[in-house]
Design a binder for this molecule. Structure first.
Ligand code: BDR
Ligand code: CA
Length: 344
């Protein structure tokens, strides 16, 4: 069992990451923190709580609000892809004023912010070296993670690895060369890349192969398939109709915005789910270790991840600011990934 923390900005594909984090049988979700990104932070924190509830997460798993804006740059949202509130078009989620949602956001003794909650979870799990390290996953801009790295350097030993969806090798989606999560807060991403912790980057090159096709959509709605899975595993997997309907509207909306914005005709790439899939089944990915930096000053290239695939930079073997700092995912076993997705 791997202990994980999820920092996210739900977001349709973040919602699928939450689903995997709750239901992958070999991971244990300690908590969820939220960050500005796909929509305003106000909406994002509610969405995270609504998703946890919809996916049947244990009530002890709470949502901790984090940064409402990037370290330096102006905040930006992505309503074209995710709708005005971050989960546009999704039917069947608990409403934001449902008492269960307030409970997920309510912390006895007053508000606890993202970085404090991450620090507490790591301290309790790691126990200064005698316990278990925590995998910290990021599926949004990396502002919270950069703040955690800067404020709690003494706890980095308790981080097993940072796994993040973001960046690309020579590709962009919210500029010609920059991916949305990195573009939102490039300085935060560079702080995380420089941290002396193992990092795994899941870039667009790989997430664009995880397309939720019409065939996957039919499987999701096909009760016989669901029944088979349920019988062969456990009662818990007997997906209820409302849950299938919710996921269907979620992935349907995401498909329509990806088609109209980026011309993805086969279906949307469910980027963020791959972060949790990596933790649960790393063998689904082939990765290579490179030096990765973020372009912070470029006139046309700000937010680009510069992946040194030809090893031009002199680097050492550390994960920190002089080393080959990042394991970059290069290929995905797509069928294996969707098997895991459907089981969840
Ligand atoms: C990333 O940007 C967001 O729109 C998605 O949630 C994902 O994390 C893809 O570039
Ligand atoms: Ca996201």
């Amino acid at each position: 069992m791997k202990a994980i923390w999820l920092d996210c900005d739900p977001g349709h594909d973040d919602a699928t990451a939450i689903m995997l984090a709750v239901h992958c049988s070999n991971v244990s979700l300690l908590g969820v923190s939220t960050v500005h990104g796909n929509a305003s932070h106000y909406n994002i924190q509610l969405n995270a709580a609504r998703c946890l509830e919809a996916f049947g997460a244990d009530p002890s798993i709470k949502v901790y609000p984090g940064a409402v804006k990037p370290l330096i740059r102006p905040v930006r949202y992505d309503s074209e892809i995710h709708g005005g509130d971050g989960l546009g078009g999704v039917e069947g989620l608990p409403s934001p004023d449902d008492p269960r949602i307030c409970e997920r956001l309510n912390h006895p003794g007053g508000p606890v912010r993202a970085i404090e909650a991450i620090a507490k979870a790591i301290k309790e799990s790691w126990k200064d070296g005698s316990g278990e390290r925590v995998v910290v996953i990021s599926s949004g801009p990396m502002t919270n993670i950069a703040l955690f790295v800067s404020v709690y350097p003494e706890l980095l030993g308790g981080v097993e690895e940072f796994v993040f969806m973001g960046g690309a090798v020579g590709l962009g989606n919210r500029s010609a060369v920059a991916e949305f999560n990195i573009l939102c807060d490039p300085e935060a991403a560079q702080i995380v890349l420089d941290a002396p912790v193992k990092k795994i980057m899941i870039p667009l090159n790989v997430t664009h192969t995880a397309i939720f096709t019409k065939a996957h959509h039919s499987s999701l709605l096909n009760s016989e398939i669901i029944q088979d899975i349920a019988e062969s595993t456990s009662e818990l997997l007997k997906a209820s109709s409302p849950l299938r309907h919710m996921l269907s509207t979620l992935l349907g909306f995401f498909a329509s915005t990806y088609k109209s914005t980026f011309g993805f005709h086969l279906g949307p790439p469910i980027h963020d789910a791959l972060t949790v899939a990596y933790v649960s089944q790393p063998e689904l990915f082939r990765c290579t270790r490179y030096r990765v930096d973020v372009e912070l000053n470029g006139t046309h290239t700000s937010g680009e991840t510069v992946v040194d695939i030809w090893n031009y930079r002199e680097t050492d073997d550390t994960w920190g600011n002089t080393g080959k700092n990042t394991l970059v995912a290069e290929t995905l076993d797509v069928d294996g990934f969707f098997k895991l997705f459907m089981e969840c």
